[in-house]
Write a protein that binds this ligand. Structure first.
Ligand code: GUN
Length: 286
C-alpha cells in the first residue's frame, strides 16, 4: 500500500484565502498581538511567520519582543496592557519562555477571551468539558486535515502519542468529541509499538525523530505526524519514519508541509473567532 499524502500546505492556503475574504467584508480589522521573550532562534522564525500570515489575511498584527532578562512582573504588566487594549482581539505568548519565567503563570494572565492559543486553563477546561471555547491551533489543524480527507472518526480507535498541553491533551479531547475511542500514550507507556498498531488514527506528537516505525502502523491507518525535528545532518524529519510509514498507512502527513502550515492557519481562525465573539457577533463556523 502507498499512503495518500495529506497536503497541509495546500489546505492551509485555502483556509487563509477564505479568512482573507471574510476579513475584507468586516467593518473592522481583527488584531493579533504576539509576545516573544528572549532570543530562541526557532521562536523567532515561528513568530515572524505568524505575524506575516496575520498581515496577509488583513489583520492588524504586532509583535512585542521583550529581552531575555524580562522579570515575570514586567511580562505580566505587558500582558495586562494587551488584555485592556480594545484593538487587540488575540494574544499569544510564544513558548518556550526563558527558564526563569513560568509558562503557566503567563498563560493564566491572558484574558481567556483573547487566548487564541487555547492554552488558558479556562479554555482547556471548556474543551475537556465538551463545551465551546478557543481550541489549541495544532490539534484544530489536525481535525481540519481529517475532515478534508473525509476520514470517519465515530467509533474509530485514535491513539495519541504525547500528552503535552499544546498538542497531545487537547488533541485527545477533540478526537473524543468526534466520537473516537481515544488512547493517550506517552514516554512511560508500556509497549508503544503494540498500542500504535491498534490505531485506526495515529497522531504522533512526541518530538522524537522517526520514533514511529513502519511496523508500528496498522495497514491502511491514518497517520498524522506533528513532530518537526532537526537532525544533526540538517535534515528535517517528523516523529514518524516517513518512507516506512508511506508503505503501510492509508493517509499520511508529510514533514514539512503537513500539520505545520495548519497551525498558523488555525491561529488566524481563532483570532477571527475571538474578534467576532468579543463584538457579540456569531462565532465563525469551525
Ligand atoms: N511553541 C510551540 N508551539 C507553540 C504554539 O502553538 N503556541 C505558542 N504560543 N508557543 C508555541
Amino acid at each position: 500500500m502507498t499512503a495518500r499524502l495529506l497536503d497541509g500546505k495546500a489546505l492551509a492556503a485555502r483556509l487563509r484565502a477564505r479568512l482573507a475574504e471574510r476579513v475584507a467584508a468586516l467593518p473592522f480589522r481583527p488584531g493579533l498581538a504576539v509576545v516573544r521573550v528572549g532570543d530562541d532562534p526557532a521562536s523567532a522564525i515561528y513568530v515572524r511567520n505568524k505575524d506575516r500570515a496575520a498581515q496577509q489575511v488583513g489583520f492588524l498584527s504586532r509583535t512585542l519582543h521583550l529581552p531575555a532578562t524580562t522579570a515575570e512582573g514586567a511580562l505580566l504588566e505587558q500582558i495586562a496592557a494587551l488584555n485592556a487594549d480594545p484593538a487587540v482581539d488575540g494574544i499569544l505568548v510564544q513558548l518556550p519562555l526563558p527558564a526563569h519565567l513560568r509558562p503557566e503563570v503567563a498563560i493564566a494572565a491572558v484574558d481567556p477571551a483573547k487566548d487564541v492559543d487555547g492554552f488558558h486553563p479556562l479554555n482547556a477546561g471548556l474543551l475537556a468539558s465538551g463545551l465551546p471555547g478557543l481550541v489549541p491551533c495544532t490539534p484544530r489543524g489536525v481535525m481540519h486535515l481529517l475532515a478534508e480527507a473525509a476520514v470517519p472518526t465515530a467509533g474509530r480507535h485514535a491513539v495519541v502519542l504525547g500528552r503535552s498541553r499544546i498538542v497531545g491533551r487537547p488533541m485527545a479531547q477533540l478526537l473524543l468529541a468526534a466520537d473516537c475511542t481515544v488512547t493517550i500514550a506517552h514516554s512511560r507507556s508500556r509497549d508503544l509499538p503494540a498500542l500504535c498498531r491498534q490505531a485506526d488514527i495515529l497522531i504522533a506528537a512526541v518530538g522524537r525523530p522517526e520514533l514511529v516505525r513502519g511496523d508500528w502502523i496498522k495497514p491502511g491507518a491514518v497517520v498524522i505526524d506533528v513532530g518537526i525535528n532537526r537532525l544533526p545532518d540538517g535534515r528535517l524529519v517528523g516523529d514518524v519514519a516517513f518512507p516506512e510509514a508511506a508503505a503501510r498507512a492509508g493517509f499520511l502527513t508529510p514533514v514539512p508541509g503537513g500539520v505545520g502550515p495548519m497551525t498558523i492557519a488555525c491561529l488566524l481562525e481563532n483570532t477571527l473567532e475571538a474578534a467576532l465573539a468579543r463584538r457579540g457577533l456569531a462565532r465563525a463556523a469551525a
